[in-house]
Design a protein around this ligand. Structure first.
Ligand code: ATP
Ligand code: MG
Length: 411
């Protein structure tokens, strides 16, 4: 067999990359908890209908990107391409549609059959929040504020701009859609093949096209603003006022639409110039139709998802590798004591390691290589005197420390 490689578009997370990844997920989890979100874990694969029905039959994800297969029992299952559909399915199947609001945080792997490139993978990972229940624009603002707080806590907010748009209510969108169809029909001979299809099924999607030619046409397309109903305009005004109250800066971008169907009112993306074409790090909006599509009652909801890998790339520096304490016995007699010290350190919450073999010099070399911050050396003389030599490997300072005081000294 030729040498095995990870499947195209997948990657291992090891060392510095793992520490960056963990930093993003754990800070996001902590901030989301402070904002009142509880973590859910839903299955990584679901009945294909969970996604096919709800993400919109014309979305790129459904038409081109899903990992769908028949399992051994002949059922069609799909590796989840995103988190929201599974959360809404779980809300319904766990009978929580009458226990609202639900504030959900999730983190985990997602799968899309895409052309891999920097910041775009076939298995990637997302963090996300969903606020299910409230129809008020205050909920949209809170969800966005939570996302912004996470970006701030990660230290990446200064590289990121929040681009905000409204998709209005159904009446606004119907009127706007008609205007877009008129405009794009006038330019249809210059539209890409994909966008010609979108023109038939979901013309708003053309606004999101990544095709260069499409983008030139999109630049002249009408915006939704003049088509907003009074109610939709009221929602939009309130959202912007609430965001100001939360202290979240934003710019308006009338081209922001969501890649998936069933979005209305709020649509937003947090974007950076630092990741090239993969500049969207966090994206979301209001999806009042999705829970009903999943078989539940009509239920308003708003949320976002962010790519952990993209955020990890933006971190200024990787969190440092943890620095252990190395425990080094000299001679067989000291070994039992060294194990005792090792376990006492660990019980006290200190990361500690013991090299299995070699003389003092070899073991010290290994301790340095492992990035140890201190060494606890136990020789025969120390054993008799009831202490160990504690050496700070940063400064080189060494002193004899009674066995009973070692943990408190190194904690
Ligand atoms: P893009 O326009 O980059 O394809 P998208 O609109 O498909 O993004 P969403 O479905 O909104 O993305 O997912 C939310 C976030 O998840 C994105 O903003 C991005 O950070 C991340 N993401 C999406 N697809 C991938 C991928 N294939 N690899 C890595 N991260 C991804
Ligand atoms: Mg995509």
């Amino acid at each position: 067999m030729s040498e095995l490689q990870p499947a195209r578009g997948t990657h291992d997370l090891i060392g510095e990359e793992m520490r960056r990844f963990h930093q993003v997920a754990s800070i996001a989890r902590d901030i989301a908890a402070v904002y009142g979100f509880d973590e859910w874990i839903t299955p990584i694969f679901e009945d294909t209908r969970v996604f096919a029905r709800t993400l919109g039959e014309t979305s790129d994800v459904v038409t081109k990107e899903m990992y769908t297969f028949e399992d051994r029992g002949g059922d069609s299952v799909t590796l989840r391409p995103e988190g929201t559909a599974g959360v809404c399915r779980a809300l319904v199947t766990n009978g929580l549609t009458q226990s609202l609001p639900q504030k959900v945080f999730y983190a985990g792997p997602m799968f899309r059959y895409e052309r891999p490139q920097k910041g775009r993978y076939r298995q990637f990972h997302q963090i996300g929040t969903e606020l299910i229940g409230p129809a008020e624009p205050l909920a949209d603002a809170e969800v966005v504020a939570c996302g912004w707080a996470i970006l701030q806590a990660l230290g990446v907010a200064s590289d990121i701009v929040l681009e905000l748009n409204t998709l209005g209510d159904k009446d606004s969108r119907d009127a706007y859609r008609a205007a877009l169809v008129g405009y794009f029909t006038d330019h249809r001979e210059r539209l890409s093949k994909d966008s010609l299809m979108r023109l038939e099924r979901n013309p708003l999607r053309i606004l999101d096209s990544k095709d260069e030619g499409d983008r030139r046409i999109v630049a002249g397309a009408p915006t939704i603003e003049p088509y907003l109903t009074d109610a939709a305009r009221g929602f939009w005004d309130k959202l912007r006022a609430h965001l100001a109250a939360f202290g979240v800066p934003f710019v308006e971008n009338p081209r922001i639409v969501r890649g998936l169907d069933y979005y209305g009112h709020t649509a937003f993306e947090f974007v950076t110039a630092k990741l090239g074409a993969q500049g969207t790090v966090m994206a979301g909006g209001r999806y009042d139709g999705l829970v009903a599509e999943m078989g539940g009652p009509a239920t308003p909801a708003v949320g976002w998802a962010a790519g952990i890998e993209r955020l990890a790339m933006l971190l200024d520096a990787a969190p440092p590798a943890p620095a252990p304490v190395a425990v080094i016995p000299i001679g067989d007699a000291a070994e039992a004591k060294a194990v005792e010290i090792l376990q006492a350190l660990r019980a006290g919450g200190v990361r500690a390691e013991m090299a299995y073999r070699g003389n003092l010099k070899r073991r010290m070399e290994r301790a340095n290589k492992a990035g140890a911050r201190a060494a606890v050396i136990v020789g025969a003389d120390d054993l008799a005197a009831g202490h160990a030599q504690v050496k700070d490997l940063g400064t080189g300072a060494q002193s004899a420390v009674p066995f009973a005081d070692i943990v408190s000294k190194l904690r």
